[in-house]
Write a protein that binds this ligand. Structure first.
Ligand code: CUA
Length: 331
C-alpha cells in the first residue's frame, strides 16, 4: 500500500504500531475479538475447501469424454441430500451465532469497576474531542491511557457522542468498532495491556475528510499517565515574549471556534488549544505538529485537508509568524 507523505509522517512520528492490525491485539476486548475471528475464519476456510474441492472433483470426474455425446443421467429429488444441505448450514450458522453472541455478551455485560478510567469522546467533522471528567482534562485527537497490568487492572470506559453526523470509533488493536451517533451515548471499553502508541481511524463515512479523522492512542505506565494528566490540567502557558501573537489570536476569528485557557477564546467547534504543542499531529492526523506545518495550516488548512471546516485565516506574513510563535508556547 502506498501512503501519502503526510500519512507516512503521521505513522512514523514516534515508535508506533504503524499498521492498525486487529490480529495483533493489545487490549482485553481486542483479544476476545481476535479469538472469535479465528473461529469464524477457520469455519469459513473449511467450507471454502470442502465446497471448492467437491466442485473441482465434479468438474474432473464428470467431464465430457471424447466420443460420448449421450445425455448424463438426470436426477430429481433426493431426500438425504436435501436434508444434508439444509441441516449442515443451519448447524454452522448456529455455531457462528452462538460464538458471536457469547463474545458480544462478554464485552457488553461487563460492569464498570470502581477504579475504571472514564473518558468521553465526541466525534466532530473531522476530529475527536476527548474529555476526562475525573481528571478535568480536555484534549483532541490523541487519547492518553494508563496501561492495565495483572497486578493493577485499569480498564477505561469510553462514552461516545457525536456533535454532528454518525462517526465510528475504531482502534483495531484495542477494541472493536462502535458507532458514534448524534443524540445518543454509546458505551464501550478498552483495557490496554501494553504501553506504546496505537493508531485508530473513524470507520463510518462522515463527509469529505472522513479519511483524515484519525486518532492516536498513547498507552502510558500509570506514573507517566498521571504526569501527563497533571500537565494537561495546568493552565496554559503565558509567555510575555509572545504577547503580540496572543493579541493576533484574540483579535482573529480563532476565538469563535477554539477554546484557549486564559484568553477570551471559549469556542466549541474546534479543538481546545490550551496544550496544543503536547500533541503530535494537527488536523486529526493530517500533518505532524511542526512549526512549518502549523504556520501553513493556519494560513490555509485546506492544503492539508481539503474541505476542513476551519477557514483560511487570511493573515499577512507578519501576523502569521507572530501567531505561530504564540501557539508554539502552548506546551
Ligand atoms: Cu468521522 Cu468518518
Amino acid at each position: 500500500m502506498v501512503m501519502a507523505p503526510a500519512l507516512r509522517a503521521f505513522a512514523a512520528a514516534d515508535a508506533v504500531r504503524a499498521v492498525p492490525n486487529m490480529f495483533d491485539p493489545a487490549s482485553t476486548p481486542a483479544d476476545a475479538i481476535r479469538e472469535l475471528s479465528f473461529l469464524v475464519i477457520g469455519i469459513s476456510a473449511g467450507i471454502f475447501v470442502v465446497v471448492s474441492g467437491v466442485l473441482f472433483w465434479c468438474i474432473y470426474r464428470y467431464r465430457q469424454k471424447p466420443g460420448d455425446d449421450s445425455e448424463p443421467p438426470q436426477v430429481y429429488g433426493s431426500n438425504p441430500i436435501e436434508w444434508a444441505w439444509t441441516i449442515v448450514p443451519v448447524l454452522i450458522v448456529l455455531v457462528l451465532f452462538l460464538a458471536t453472541a457469547r463474545t458480544i455478551n462478554e464485552l457488553q455485560a461487563s460492569e464498570v469497576p470502581p477504579n475504571a478510567m472514564k473518558v468521553t469522546i465526541v466525534g466532530h467533522q473531522w476530529w475527536w474531542e476527548i474529555r476526562y471528567p475525573d481528571q478535568g482534562v480536555v484534549t483532541a485527537n490523541e487519547l492518553h491511557l494508563p496501561v492495565s497490568t495483572d497486578d493493577a487492572k485499569r480498564p477505561t470506559y469510553l462514552a461516545l457522542e457525536s456533535a454532528d453526523v454518525i462517526h465510528s470509533f475504531w482502534i483495531p488493536q484495542l477494541a472493536g468498532k462502535t458507532d458514534v451517533v448524534p443524540n445518543r451515548r454509546n458505551l464501550m471499553w478498552v483495557e490496554p495491556t501494553q504501553t506504546g502508541t496505537f493508531l485508530g481511524q473513524c470507520a463510518e463515512y462522515c463527509g469529505t475528510q472522513h479519511a483524515k479523522m484519525m486518532l492516536r492512542v498513547i498507552v502510558h505506565t500509570p506514573a507517566e499517565f498521571e504526569s501527563w494528566a497533571a500537565s494537561q490540567r495546568a493552565s496554559a502557558a503565558r509567555d510575555a515574549a509572545v504577547a503580540d501573537g496572543r493579541a493576533v489570536f484574540e483579535n482573529t476569528a480563532c476565538v469563535n471556534c477554539h477554546k484557549l485557557d486564559g484568553t477570551i477564546a471559549d469556542g466549541k467547534f474546534g479543538p481546545d488549544l490550551s496544550h496544543l504543542m503536547s500533541r503530535t499531529t494537527i488536523g486529526a492526523g493530517a500533518a505532524t505538529n511542526t512549526k512549518a506545518n502549523l504556520r501553513a495550516w493556519i494560513d490555509d488548512p485546506h492544503q492539508f485537508k481539503p474541505g476542513a471546516l476551519m477557514p483560511a485565516m487570511k493573515l499577512d506574513d507578519a501576523e502569521l509568524d507572530k501567531l505561530t510563535d504564540f501557539l508554539l508556547t502552548l506546551k
